[in-house]
Design a binder for this molecule. Sequence first.
Ligand SMILES: Cc1cc2nc3c(=O)[nH]c(=O)nc-3n(C[C@H](O)[C@H](O)[C@H](O)COP(=O)(O)OP(=O)(O)OC[C@H]3O[C@@H](n4cnc5c(N)ncnc54)[C@H](O)[C@@H]3O)c2cc1C
Length: 386
Amino acid sequence: MVDLTKSADVVIIGGGVMGASTAYHLALKGCKNIVLLERNPFFGQEATGKCAGGIRYQFATEINIRLSLLSLPMLDRFEEELGQAIDVRHCGYLFLLTREKDIQAFEANVVLQHRLGVMTEWLSGDSVRSRLPLMCLEDVLAATWHPKDGLADPSGVVQGYITGARRLGAKCLTDIEATGILIENGRICGVKTPKGEVSAPILVNAAGPWASRIGEMVGIQFPVVPLRRQIAVTTPIPGLPLDFPFVIDFAKNLYFHREGPGILTGMSNLDEPPSFTQQVDREWELVHFDAAMARMPILEHAGIISRWAGLYEVSPDAHPILGKVPEIEGLYAIVGFSGHGFMHGPACGLLLSEEILDGKAHTLDVTSLRLSRFRECKPILEYNVV
Ligand SMILES: Cc1cc2nc3c(=O)[nH]c(=O)nc-3n(C[C@H](O)[C@H](O)[C@H](O)COP(=O)(O)OP(=O)(O)OC[C@H]3O[C@@H](n4cnc5c(N)ncnc54)[C@H](O)[C@@H]3O)c2cc1C
């Protein structure tokens, strides 16, 4: 029987990368009485555990680039800080561009990235073709490349933060679902679970694809929809170089990276309707594999060793909703990361801990990420969504 604390200073709903990072950073700043609730039997089994592990500086908006500039060095220091290996690999991201309109958009992105100190390289089609002999790249007009982009292990990151938070006194609990939220006179008072109530003045919505369900419990609309995205990992590919990069065929929403001796590949179905379905869609898989084999013919000789589907948690402008929700005192959100949240988990947990304990995030100004931007018609548009 789990010992559910009767009261806490902060309750966090969700034990993916966002909840875990928030718990750790709150505890690190001295907040002792933290309760994190995860309804699954293990932490990090949903979007975080199902993600492709990509980490990149190459974004199209200043706020996303600044989040990467804060977050990726935190991943580089992670093992030293938390004692947990997370296999950071700077294999680089290569965005393949095959359409004129993308050339123009990515040229502007590179200018912005350079202004912020992210020295992305512009490669000609011929240069990409000579770098990737295993791929069919005749139609590639150009590419962008940043060698410090790469990969890290999402489960390691969650485990490291949970262990770190516990070491600092936080209670991180599995098998407990938040089923209701207690509010009095417009203030958070606590959370209901089948195992009892926890009273608390502060509540963090870190429920990932289920963020809007938490919103429904308090009458606040979090515009975050769940979208199925799926991945397959192949048997070993002979001749696959150790430094094979994270390759994104941008126009096709198709990506590849090295996973052990094989390839991990994913392709977003832009016609996927919002739902919580996490069954692998076999019809889409055929479309995906046709596109993947056209780009990388050697895959025709490979088998599939694993496949899975997970949920993106998508906001209307593909940017997160981060910070205080002023309509209800004590309510905070760290949701809506739209398919690239794993890499920003370290930074966003830190920033939310500042917002909660210091009244405002100060390491980076995140006011543009407030929930009210949608009502105020001030969305931020991100072009580099895969
Ligand atoms: C196929 C795929 C590939 C991806 N690839 C990348 C990538 O390469 N790089 C990248 O940066 N990002 C990637 N992402 C996105 C990334 O995984 C997410 O943005 C990120 O993991 C979101 O973390 P989270 O903590 O918000 O959500 P989650 O990891 O889903 O955690 C939310 C948790 O809340 C729990 N929960 C929900 N409701 C309740 C409740 N009522 N009570 C208790 N617990 C509750 C859930 O069980 C869940 O564990 C990918 C996602 C998918 C699906």
